[in-house]
Design a protein around this ligand. Structure first.
Ligand code: AOF
Ligand code: ZN
Length: 341
């Protein structure tokens, strides 16, 4: 660990907080936050990236700071960009504003945009990289993962009884968990770019796969609905309504699903099942996070939340890191990550 001044980490922590305000609305762009302090170290501007095509965090903060940015420091969660995309290069904006020092957390893995740090240094601006890196990585986890690996970050969500069942023998499943857990699902769906289910789930449950409740989201901002598999979907199925876009992927290969979604610039896929699709993704090692809603109830019969994972003996048990446990009414939400991930 290098020596970082507590003042620098405090302003970057504020920048991470600002970045988090963009979660769920910047797709396919990253979340980015920025704070500007003047030459005396007082904050004079702050901002975050709010929507794709909108001004970058640095530009929002520079506008607020105006001439007070001269001789000051910019704290940014991501390396300032060096490209003209939908907006001009932030490195140039910082140079023109007369900033004398730039402290950022994470280098930009996007080849088209990176190089801002070098550009700033070449203009004799003091540049420090890697301050508060873990926090800034965490807030931007999904985007960083997707740019670095070239495939979407995958969250598998399921609701289950204590005995691991997600549907009764007649395939009915409404409702296993209570209203607080279901509202939480809508909140989390709203942060994703795509929601996928298998064709069997469409036939069994006829889900709409949209973000509802207090989130009154227009069709243009709804996550993409993705139906995986080759069973025919009736024309009356709710996934075919006009409340969101729907992509039908007649394949059974999770890697192919992710390749196609990457072409659609999907950063975060929310996988809702059912058991066959979930098992295919798990077996392929393509689940990055699991969110399990567990109800204090039992069925004793019916369908398991996940299909065959190929285990024949107990030494083939799949274990995960338990990252979080949250109580939601009478239900419990477990967040798990792959071991070693
Ligand atoms: C953002 N917001 O605050 C920063 C970004 O499509 P553009 O022109 O908006 O450029 C997006 C790229 O710019 C993005 O992939 C990232 O590499 C870089 N920095 N992007 O959306 C920001 N600072
Ligand atoms: Zn930029």
């Amino acid at each position: 660990m290098k020596n970082v001044s507590p003042i620098d980490s405090a302003w970057l922590r504020r920048a991470v907080e600002l970045a988090a305000r963009g979660i769920g609305s910047t797709h396919p762009n990253p979340v980015v936050g920025c704070v500007i302090t003047n030459r005396d170290g007082h904050p004079v501007g702050e901002g975050f990236h709010a929507y794709p095509g909108g001004p970058h965090a640095e530009v929002v903060a520079l506008r607020m700071a105006g001439s007070q940015a001269r001789g000051g420091t910019a704290y940014v969660t991501l390396e300032p960009c060096n490209h003209t995309g939908r907006t001009g290069p932030c490195a140039d904006a910082l140079i023109e504003a007369g900033i004398s020092r730039v402290v950022y957390a994470v280098p930009d893995p996007n080849k088209q945009a990176s190089g801002g740090g070098e550009k700033l240094r070449s203009k004799n601006i003091v540049v420090e990289e890697g301050v508060l890196r873990d926090e800034a990585e965490a807030v931007n986890q999904v985007w960083l993962h997707s740019v670095r690996t070239g495939r979407p970050f995958v969250t598998w969500k399921f609701a289950t009884t204590l005995d691991g069942r997600s549907a009764a023998p007649d395939r009915s499943s409404k409702w296993i968990t209570g209203p607080l857990a279901r509202a939480d699902v809508h909140r989390k769906r709203a942060e994703c770019d795509a929601i996928a289910v298998g064709t069997q789930t469409v036939l069994d449950d006829d889900p709409e796969l949209t973000v509802r409740d207090e989130h009154d989201v227009p069709a243009s901002r709804q996550p993409l609905r993705v139906v995986v598999g080759d069973r025919p979907i009736p024309p009356t199925a709710r996934v075919r309504n006009d409340r969101a876009e729907t992509l039908l992927l007649p394949t059974h290969d999770p890697a192919e699903v992710l390749r196609q979604l990457d072409d659609h610039q999907i950063r975060h896929l929310w996988l809702e099942g059912g058991p066959t699709l979930a098992a295919a993704f798990l077996r392929a090692g393509l689940v990055d996070q699991i969110v399990a809603y567990v109800a204090p109830a039992m069925l004793g019969s019916g369908f398991s939340a996940v299909g065959d994972l190929g285990a024949e003996s107990i030494d083939q048990l799949r274990r995960f890191n338990l990252a979080d446990v949250t109580r939601l009414g009478d239900d419990v939400r477990l967040t798990l990550t792959p071991l070693g991930g």
